[in-house]
Ligand binder design. Structure first.
Ligand code: CA
Length: 760
């Protein structure tokens, strides 16, 4: 009996080992509807059910909102009005280069409101590699993505007329119907800010049907006029309609290009050409996602934690988007959204650095070093074409939010040995950024740069959100300094080293917070740490006190030592979740989200404070970081349509989860350190691009055993509160012993603390 049991156990162990080495089907654990139950007043992620390949150029989604509405898919809506090619990374910035298709049955209805059809979520499958919905009128739509295209399939009900409507969306479009070849070609030119550099930006598309249509025409969505039998149209909102034989299954292969219609054709051939049907495209897309998701294999934990992890890892693996295409010889080239010309090489877009410098790029640097190396090199290409380093590329440069965080990406890449660019060029570009103000957006160049250099801070109220800017400029200047130091550039090292402590100039020891400062050196009166806006960006003094990524030790000294610092960290979670709307004059969604999280002033729904729980590692109480991080992951994330505590923001809030669930987070990009928290799973295997593995074992881990008792890195006792990039990519094992009670002596030696400038 005992022998039999042993055999069975060994069999399962062997099975597990074999399973580990194979690609596991992880794509089916992803819910692309995570975070879609969002609206203007309250967002639970602000996402749409993205159907795309990892970092794919185009994405596809069902559309519940009006054309031009940034809220393109909202979970609580009851009708779908189209299936669209999308690129949006935030509802707030809206979308560009969009067109859509909508199947219609019975009577031909063109207008987006008239054709909107009811559906229910029970009839919906939403996976990264496949989307399917049965509409209440009996039409089924399926989508399977490729990098620059998609395979769509429409099953029409029997005995009723079958139509397909192409909607040219909100801007200029051109449509050409080829009856003989059963195809539509054309372009769209829509989106906010797209005309800044070059009005000729176009998204060329080809839609190839597998069946003939018998009636067709052109229509105009601005007037709702239609012209039967017309085969060509150009103008604002021009689209097309086709009538097919009743009851058929119609497949459409679609590809598009920013370069030319010929390149769209090449994209169609290379990505979809040989696919007989949607199943083939679906199978390859699933394979691509499983390959991507197997880069991190987690074991243990609950099913819900597993689903949350892979849903977040999926979302983190969408950004930044490829903006390049492959020519006849398979060489990369791209249409530059900055100068409107065609260039050789790589280009990426759709990211806002204010969000993503924190965790999304540090995750990419670890998991996608080749791509990230290309990314930072492309950043300098963009600088040459645009005249400015991007800060919010979408796909041109929007200059939204604050700071000059491109330098964070560049310094971070160098610290992580991704030396794919000329550091002198990077520093010159950053210097230009830091000593000029560009013509658009507050983060195009540096708002208040003169005052910042002469006074050592950005004055309020002369400059909006001035204190947040001072803090982030000081961090950026640290990144400039760090890159200069790593590359032995004494000139820039000297310049930026004079600014990187400027955070000290906006700390008021009397109130114990960062605070607005006037031009005359006096503090802005009537300080209220609960008041949002004013000298801060989408937050208050409780949130911005911690924006000293580069120098927590310096901040600890300002606050009178570790004890005070730790007390203040504790207070963030214990003070009431009071909101004073301040200069916003009314509630913005981030305020409501902080109230709902009910963790005091901890506002994980927005970026400024997301690194804060990790700061206990810098002040002798790492166990508190371990506890809080686990609590945040459990309480504020899940895999459902309500799965995020606020805007997801181009992979950032997902990357926070992915990194934290692995057991560490990038508090200070620009250094090579990831600061240790508490992993969710018993075992995490990082399958690195270089073929090596880094394994994190957390023995005894559970929702109650969240504390690290002891740690071994590669079988040697490890007391550090951080792990370096080089440790990780060398491959190895981090063994943690977890328990329900904190070990209050581990990680408390000064040598265990992560990087602080003041310790240099
Ligand atoms: Ca945000």
């Amino acid at each position: 009996m005992k022998i039999k049991l042993l055999v069975i156990v060994s069999f399962f162990v062997m099975l597990c080992i074999t399973a580990q080495q194979k690609t596991i089907n992880l794509a089916d654990y992803v819910n692309t509807l995570q975070g879609t139950n969002s609206k203007h007043e309250l967002t639970r992620g602000n996402t749409y059910p993205t159907t795309a390949l990892p970092f794919g150029m185009h994405t596809w989604t069902p559309q519940t909102g009006n054309n031009g509405d940034g809220w393109k898919y909202q979970y609580f809506k009851e009708t779908i009005r189209g299936f669209q090619q999308a690129h949006q990374c935030s509802s707030w910035s809206n979308d560009y280069a969009v067109f859509s298709l909508m199947p219609v049955t019975g009577k031909l209805t063109l207008n987006e409101n008239d054709r909107a059809t009811r559906f229910s979520h029970e009839n919906e499958i939403a996976k990264p590699y496949y989307y399917k919905v049965l509409l209440d009128n009996g039409i089924t739509t399926e989508i399977a993505p490729t990098e620059r295209g998609a395979h769509l399939r429409f099953q029409f009900p029997k005995g009723k007329d079958a139509f397909l409507v192409l909607d040219g969306y909100t801007g200029l479009s051109e449509v050409r119907i080829d009856v003989k070849k059963h195809r539509i070609t054309g372009y769209v030119n829509n989106g906010r800010g797209m005309q800044r550099f070059d009005g000729n930006f176009k998204n060329y598309f080809i839609i190839q049907f597998d069946k003939p249509f018998n009636i067709q025409g052109i229509w105009d969505n601005t007037s709702n006029e239609k012209w039967d039998d017309k085969l060509y149209g150009e103008g604002k909102g021009i689209g097309a309609y086709l009538k097919f034989k009743q009851g058929q299954k119609i497949q459409a292969k679609i590809a598009s290009s920013y370069i030319s219609i010929a390149q769209a054709e090449l994209n169609l051939t290379s990505e979809l050409g040989t696919h007989k049907n949607l199943e083939k495209t679906k199978e390859l897309a699933k394979k691509a996602w499983n390959k991507q998701l197997n880069k991190i294999v987690v074991e243990g934990g609950t099913k819900e934690q597993f689903k949350t992890f892979y849903s977040c890892f999926f979302r983190a693996s969408l950004f930044s988007r490829k903006f390049y295409e492959l020519n006849d010889n398979g060489e990369p080239y791209y249409y530059s959204p900055y100068d409107g010309k065609i260039h050789k090489g790589y280009m990426y877009t759709d990211t806002g650095f204010w969000d993503t410098f924190r965790g999304q790029f540090p995750l990419n640097a670890l998991m996608e070093p080749t791509m990230h190396g290309r990314y930072v090199a492309a950043l300098l290409e963009a600088y040459e074409q645009c005249g400015w380093l991007p800060s919010w590329s979408f796909p041109t440069e929007a200059g939204s939010m604050i700071g000059n965080h491109a330098i964070s990406l560049l310094a971070d890449a160098w610290a992580k040995d991704l030396k794919t660019f000329d550091p002198q060029k990077a520093l010159d570009a950053y210097f230009h950024e830091a000593t000029n103000k560009g013509p658009w957006g507050p983060a195009n160049g540096r708002d208040g740069w003169k005052e910042y250099f002469t006074l050592g801070y950005v004055p309020y109220p002369e400059v909006r959100e001035a204190t947040a800017k001072t803090l982030e400029y000081a961090y950026d200047d640290f990144c400039g300094y760090a890159l200069a130091k790593m590359t032995n550039n004494k000139f820039y090292q000297n310049i930026f080293s004079q600014q990187m402590y400027n955070y000290k100039n906006v700390f008021d020891p009397k109130v114990g917070f960062m605070r607005g400062k006037q031009k005359d050196g006096k503090w802005v009166p009537n300080f209220d740490p609960y008041e949002w806006g004013g000298p801060f960006t989408e937050g208050n003094a409780w949130h911005y006190l911690w924006s000293v990524f580069q120098d927590p030790k310096g901040l600890i000294d300002l606050m009178g030592g570790e004890e005070n610092f730790n007390k203040k960290l504790d207070s963030v979670f214990t003070v009431p979740n009071t909101v004073h709307v301040g200069t916003y004059g009314g509630k913005i969604h981030e305020m409501t989200e902080m109230e709902m999280a009910n963790m005091g002033q901890y506002a994980h729904g927005n970026q400024p404070i997301q690194h804060m729980p990790y700061l206990y590692n810098y002040s002798g109480q790492p166990w508190k970081a371990q506890y809080k991080i686990r609590e945040i992951m459990e309480k504020l994330y899940n895999s459902s349509e309500n799965g995020y505590p606020g805007d997801e923001d181009q992979g950032q809030t997902s990357s926070w989860y992915v990194l934290s669930a692995m057991g560490f987070y990038s508090v200070c990009p620009g250094t090579n350190e990831y600061v240790i928290g508490s992993p969710v799973f018993e075992k995490t295997t990082i399958n690195l691009e270089n073929g090596k593995k880094f394994v994190i074992n957390a023995k005894g881990n559970s929702t109650t055993n969240v504390y690290i008792q002891s740690a071994e890195l590669n079988k040697t006792n490890y007391t550090r509160n951080y792990i370096t990039y080089q440790n990780l990519v060398a491959g190895g094992t981090l063994n943690l012993e977890m328990s329900a009670a904190p070990n209050t002596s581990r990680g408390t030696g000064k040598e265990d603390y992560p990087y602080s400038l003041s310790n240099e």
